[in-house]
Write a protein of this length. Structure first.
Length: 365
């Protein structure tokens, strides 16, 4: 299609985006993904020359939150403008076509771009009772995923539901929900978890795929640039944690002073995401900055990993009794958090048990 041959340079002019603004965007994307300074210029050069990439977006068991998030990329923004460089050939919510015409558009995109299109999936896939709990145009999510994945160059699993099963998988998992990677094993899959993910994380990863290919991933298939650190690692309240200063309730003096929310259930130490650095709403804030603990929504089984307002490391004794041990750990706090993350996920998967201080190698007084 002629639209697919439109180049980014022309799109920039059409949208009134200056070269300077475009280069600033490339620089910020390169910085966010921990690329070298030279990579910003290379990204700009490649984005200018690329032809529009066909993207097929499938929405399965989901709440549309991921779509809501990405459409709110701030300022008409180069983040959202990226989607003017992508030929979004199929998307239940955003496409104009419906019914048979919509399915024809998907099939046509698959045929015209076989082996080259990017498949984006949000939502988990139900397997129970043959997958009847979520169908599109008479086809189960399972059958549609297998059909479309077959001709994809790569798959991007957007949101915790697609990446890990998410809320539909929460106990007792009545629909038998699973993630994309539980079904597809022969294609490169990039997981971008979050409920929903941060807009710039989604667009940043897509920009990287368009220019440099698949980014470096961790053992869960997440881009290390955005998920390499825990929120706790980068949190501005971390010094209070290290000093053992914790809010005991959301309206006490500690909360008013901005103390650590760990004892109020904050899951920052076990959650890998870029909330503390990239933030939300045009870099305005993130939940902890707004006074509420992290829910851990970008981690597997976060819904079943204990109460949202229960401190993850105080399964025994009163909240705060572990503070002395944490302070004694000193510089080892980061290592303890990394270990705690592994233990927490293991416990959640088995019995939804709380992680105790003993799991961190500490002692109760």
């Amino acid at each position: 299609m002629s639209d697919n041959r439109q180049q980014l340079a022309g799109e920039l002019q059409r949208h009134g985006i200056s070269r300077r603004t475009f280069l600033k965007f490339c620089t910020s994307m390169a910085s966010a993904m921990a690329l070298t300074p030279a990579a910003a210029a290379e990204m700009a050069e490649k984005l200018v020359k690329i032809k529009r990439q066909s993207v097929i977006w499938l929405s399965f068991q989901e709440c549309t939150g991921c779509t809501e998030s990405i459409t709110r990329a701030d300022k008409p923004s180069l983040e959202s403008l990226i989607f003017d460089f992508i030929s979004l050939d199929y998307h239940h919510t955003l496409q104009a076509a419906s019914g048979d015409a919509a399915e024809l558009a998907r099939e046509q995109a698959m045929h015209d771009n076989a082996g080259k299109y990017i498949l984006v999936v949000d939502g988990s896939i139900p397997l129970k009772d043959g997958g009847v709990y979520s169908t599109i145009a008479g086809m189960t999510n399972l059958d549609m995923l297998k059909q479309v994945a077959k001709g994809a160059a790569a798959i991007v699993a957007i949101g915790s539901c697609a990446a890990f099963g998410g809320l539909p998988k929460a106990s007792p998992n009545p629909t038998g929900a699973v993630s994309v990677s539980d079904i597809i094993h022969d294609k490169p899959i990039i997981n971008i978890p979050g409920c929903p993910p941060i807009p710039v994380v989604m667009t940043g990863v897509l920009a990287h795929v368009l220019t440099f290919g698949i980014p470096e991933l961790d053992d869960m298939g997440r881009p290390k640039a955005f998920y390499g650190d825990t929120i706790h690692d980068r949190c501005y309240r971390r010094p209070f944690y290290d000093r053992g200063e914790f809010a005991k309730s959301f309206d006490d003096d500690g909360a008013r002073k901005g103390w650590c929310l760990y004892e109020l259930g904050c899951k920052g130490p076990t959650t890998h995401n870029a909330c503390a650095t990239v933030k939300w709403n045009n870099g305005t804030s993130f939940p902890i900055q707004s006074g509420h603990g992290c829910l851990g929504c970008s981690e597997p089984d976060f819904w079943d990993a204990g109460g949202f307002y229960k401190a993850i490391s105080t399964g025994i004794g009163k909240p705060g009794q572990w503070a002395t041990g944490a302070l004694a750990a000193g510089a080892a706090a980061g290592l303890a958090s990394a270990y705690l993350n592994k233990v927490t996920k293991s416990k959640a998967e088995k019995d939804h048990q709380e992680v105790t201080l003993e799991d961190m190698g500490g002692k109760h007084e």
